[in-house]
Design a protein around this ligand. Structure first.
Ligand SMILES: [Zn+2]
Length: 259
């Protein structure tokens, strides 16, 4: 089946899908939606790698989320490196900084983000970054490491921050938040972002777009995200889906299934 869209960030390995994971994935495949499944802990990274293996329209990322940065151990870099040698394991994520919750201490978050970003640069693989209320420190670390391949996932930052990361060669990814009533500033960012530098995602099972806000999210709803962006860019939804897919393929060097 030909792909019409790629959900660049959907946690299909999450326990929220334990009861009906195959039905959720069937709906995505029927709609022509592929998915990139990021890990956020070591077990969920391993689960992502295993889940995508038999599914040609699915790819995995491996990494330790800022919430869990306190769990980092010296051997983790080797585990990530080993997974990255497997087929359709295409990058490191999600990693980053979250000063909203501070589930791990900020200095621990910074050290673990820095280490995983350095690893990505050394291996020349792209990264997916989670950033919440941490623009200055995220920017400082991105600039310090100087790795030109990455995306700020579920972007909610300012246009000033967007311009900085775009200058570094990075991408912005929009989630269902772009459809929320109070997200006018984010819709302005979507209107302005260059056509060759944005991705779309669901962040399933979180962040369902309107009119499903508050419900469990799933990859097919990435099409709704594209509709909202199309309205901002005054173009057709199909065009946004095609642009975002092409940008996702470029950033993550994806090989598409051939049939
Ligand atoms: Zn996520």
């Amino acid at each position: 089946m030909t792909l019409v869209a790629i959900d660049s960030h959907g946690h299909l390995q999450d326990a929220a899908f334990d009861a009906d994971r195959e039905a959720v994935w069937d709906r995505a495949v029927q709609a022509g939606v592929g998915v990139i499944v990021p890990g956020y802990t070591l077990p969920t990274s391993e689960a992502a790698v295993a889940w995508v293996r038999p599914r040609p329209q699915a790819w995995a990322l491996v990494g330790l989320h800022p919430h869990d940065a306190r769990d980092w151990q010296p051997g983790f870099a080797d585990r990530l490196t080993a997974w990255l040698s497997q087929e359709r394991v295409v990058g490191i994520g999600e990693i980053g900084l979250d000063y909203h919750y501070n589930h791990s201490a900020p200095e621990v978050q910074r050290a673990v983000f820095f280490e995983q970003l350095q690893l990505a640069r050394r291996l020349n693989v792209p990264v997916s970054v989670h950033m919440r209320e941490a623009e200055e420190d995220t920017w400082r670390i991105l600039r310090e490491v100087g790795h030109p391949r990455g995306v700020i996932h579920s972007f909610t930052g300012s246009w000033a921050f967007a311009e900085r990361v775009l200058d570094l060669g990075w991408y912005l990814s929009f989630s269902g938040i772009v459809s929320f009533k109070n997200a006018q500033d984010l819709r302005q960012v979507a209107a302005k972002v260059p056509r060759d530098r944005f991705l779309i995602e669901t962040d399933s099972p979180y962040l369902s777009p309107v009119p499903w806000r508050g419900q469990r999210n799933e990859p097919v709803r990435v099409i709704r995200v594209a509709e909202v962006i199309a309205a901002q860019k005054n173009c057709r939804t199909e065009e946004v889906l095609a642009l975002a897919m092409s940008n996702t393929i470029t950033l993550f060097s994806l090989n598409l299934p051939s049939n």
